[in-house]
Design a binder for this molecule. Structure first.
Ligand code: NAD
Length: 293
């Protein structure tokens, strides 16, 4: 069993750390907020008072932070993870960040002989709680193999997709598919409601056909009830669509639907929905389709 340091105990990090504990690993957590540490402690996560303590007590150090600058600060900053990491350890960033930033971090760490994997996830809060995340991993095969027992505690579909940064590129493709799928679901729900069709049985039958998807299974209830407690916050989704659109531009790829849906997400955030769940994309379809009060 491994000693795992865990930095970033938010919506995703806490259940992921709890699943590592449940699998028998020793988990030492660090977060800026006392409330997060306390919540994780209830799930058996030991608490450290600094990043240095986390690194010194761990074989693997996992980060699950909001955005690229947060990961750069925690890994590369003064008193950050790399300042204390040794060649025996593997650093695993499971946040969703820019692929070029993931590559730069891995490059800087490799100069010091330290392996860093980019290992973003898909499956949402429910997937994190159930320990069934899809984990897409970029980095060396050696580090991937070393970390496999750690990944197995948090995920079900775990794939080494290529060298450093590849995990984040695959995650960007994931978000492109999820975002366009959510927009389709939102439009279908508003369409069915406008026709006076009972939405729950309609989605039940649609879920058994070609239109069925994990997005439908996990997010349709929020859309039907207009209940938007996150889950996955719109500000993080907005960040992800920025990654998708800029990575597409770099590669010379046109995203006709993806860039349009990125604007729907931008609109929800601009209208005050930054902390709502991603299912709140339906509010834009509502606004475009119905007279407002
Ligand atoms: P969150 O905001 O709930 O959690 C992030 C945590 O990191 C917070 O507890 C915050 O206090 C902590 N943090 C930030 N800066 C820190 C620092 N410098 N030191 C220590 N702790 C710090 O976000 P989340 O929903 O858990 O998402 C985390 C990452 O996973 C994001 O990159 C997100 O895009 C990605 N993700 C989220 C979901 C989801 O459904 N929520 C699904 C897949 C991927």
């Amino acid at each position: 069993m491994a000693r795992v340091g865990f930095i970033g105990l938010g919506i995703m990090g806490t259940p992921m750390a709890a699943n590592l504990v449940a699998a028998g690993h020793t988990v030492v957590g660090f977060s800026r907020r006392t409330a997060s540490i306390e919540k994780a402690a209830e799930r058996g996560v030991l608490s450290a008072s600094s990043i240095k303590d986390v690194v010194e007590e761990s074989d693997f150090v996992i980060t699950m932070l909001p955005d690229s600058p947060d990961v750069e600060k925690v890994l590369l900053g003064e008193d950050g993870v790399l300042a204390f990491a040794t060649k025996e350890q593997v650093i695993i960033d499971m946040s969703t960040i820019r692929p070029d930033v993931a590559r730069a971090i891995a490059q800087k760490a490799s100069v010091r002989g330290v392996a860093v994997l980019d290992a973003p996830v898909s499956g949402g809060e429910a997937g994190a709680i159930e320990g069934v995340l899809s984990i897409m991993v970029g980095g060396t095969a050696e580090a991937f193999n070393k970390a496999s027992e750690v990944f197995a505690a948090m995920g079900k579909t775990i794939v080494h997709v290529g060298p450093a940064g590849s995990g984040q590129t695959v995650k960007a493709a994931n978000q492109l598919m999820v975002a366009t799928n959510l927009q389709g679901l939102a439009e279908a729900v508003v369409f069915l409601e406008a026709h006076g069709v009972s939405v729950a049985p309609a989605l039940e039958v649609l879920g058994g056909g070609l239109a069925g998807s994990t997005v439908l299974a996990r997010k349709s209830k929020n859309m039907m009830t207009r209940e938007f407690t996150p889950g996955f916050r719109m500000d993080l989704f907005h960040k992800d669509m920025g990654i998708v659109t800029s990575a597409a531009r770099e590669a010379g790829v046109s995203l006709l639907v993806g860039s349009l849906v990125a604007q729907v997400i931008a609109a929800v955030v601009a209208q005050g929905g930054a902390t709502l769940d991603q299912s709140s994309m339906i509010t834009i379809v509502d606004k475009l389709s119905r007279p407002q009060d």
